[in-house]
Design a protein around this ligand. Structure first.
Ligand SMILES: NC(=O)c1ccc[n+]([C@@H]2O[C@H](COP(=O)([O-])OP(=O)(O)OC[C@H]3O[C@@H](n4cnc5c(N)ncnc54)[C@H](O)[C@@H]3O)[C@@H](O)[C@H]2O)c1
Length: 292
């Protein structure tokens, strides 16, 4: 089994910064990349804030926080990632973006380095085939928010070898998380079940069956969900929700996965949920206010 010491993370958005966060706390050296230095800085600032919150809740000590923060360094170019044993891609949920990243990494990463994607839905076999090492490629799918959620889905592509799978299991164990193994079908397990439910909630809004508030209240109090489906959609990011529905629709060729036109409209407006401060709720004031 390969021994992992240094982890590269591509994409310093909500998921990428969470992955860097948990890797650093578990004792790995981490290199964090994004398309600009500013985005890396924002990612690092978010990690700092999130770790601060863990200190104030006595989940970690101040010295754990300092040590972990010192383990994370910016990687301004992919060239800075070549000493990493494993690179986890967590860039936007767009197949062409991910394939371009893996194409570039294939050219510069040492042959024994593992490559992984945190994709929510895209075929691991297809992404793996865009690399020079499909046998060393795997899906390591974290849940949002990464520091709080226990589950990681492990997804093998058709070519993923046993050593890569075993190394990934050990990696998840060291992060003190639990893995579930999913086969490589569109959206794997969690999102195959969760995202059509969210899409249906958006149809329920679109058809006027209920308001944003009524739908979220109904599912929280009526189905005992900790968060309403529209609140959860804003939390995930509406661009990601739409991309996953498109992958399900195209990949399974079943009209039941048709993305709701209202979801498309929100994404076209750039109302992507919490990360842009507006989605099914408006987060610009003190309290979230429904936008419909
Ligand atoms: N949001 C969720 O709940 C969730 C959960 C599990 C997995 N995921 C997956 O994680 C990935 C990232 O999602 P997110 O929610 O963090 O999105 P996000 O929009 O918060 O972050 C994406 C980041 O990727 C960066 N990026 C885009 N192209 C890049 C490139 N070529 N090189 C380097 N960086 C690049 C962007 O600048 C951005 O900072 C997606 O594949 C998504 O499906 C998301």
């Amino acid at each position: 089994m390969k021994v992992l010491k240094k982890i590269g993370v591509i994409g310093a958005g909500q998921m990428g910064n969470g992955i860097a966060h948990v890797c650093a706390l578990a004792g790995y050296d981490v290199k964090l990349n994004d398309i600009s230095e500013d985005r890396i800085k924002t990612g690092l600032a978010n990690i700092n804030g999130n770790m601060q919150r863990q200190v104030s809740k006595a989940l970690i000590s101040e010295s754990d926080r300092q040590t972990a923060l010192n383990r994370i360094v910016p990687a301004v170019t992919f060239g800075d990632l070549t000493d990493c044993d494993l690179v986890i891609e967590s860039a936007s949920e767009k197949e062409d973006v991910k394939k371009k990243i893996f194409g570039e990494l294939s050219q510069i990463m040492p042959k024994d380095a593992l490559l992984a994607s945190n994709t929510s839905s895209i075929s691991i076999t297809r992404l793996g085939s865009s690399t020079d090492r499909p046998e060393k490629f795997i899906g390591i799918h974290f849940m949002n928010p990464v520091p709080l959620m226990e589950l990681v889905e492990l997804v093998r592509g058709i070519a993923t070898d046993e050593d890569t799978f075993e190394t990934s299991k050990e990696f998840v164990n060291r992060l003190q998380k639990t893995y579930a193994v999913a086969e490589d079908f569109p959206a794997f397990i969690v999102n195959r079940i969760l995202l059509p439910m969210i899409n249906e909630a958006i149809y329920t809004l679109y058809e006027g069956v209920g308001s944003v508030e009524a739908i979220d209240k109904a599912m929280k109090l009526g189905a005992n969900h900790p968060m309403g489906p529209l609140q959860l959609a804003d939390f995930i990011g509406l661009d990601t929700v739409l991309s996953v529905m498109q992958v399900l629709h195209e990949g399974l060729a079943d009209s039941k996965y048709r993305p709701c036109p209202l979801l498309v409209k929100y994404v076209e407006a750039g109302w992507l949920g919490r990360k842009t401060k507006r989605g099914f709720y408006d987060y610009r004031g003190e309290k979230p206010v429904p936008t419909r």
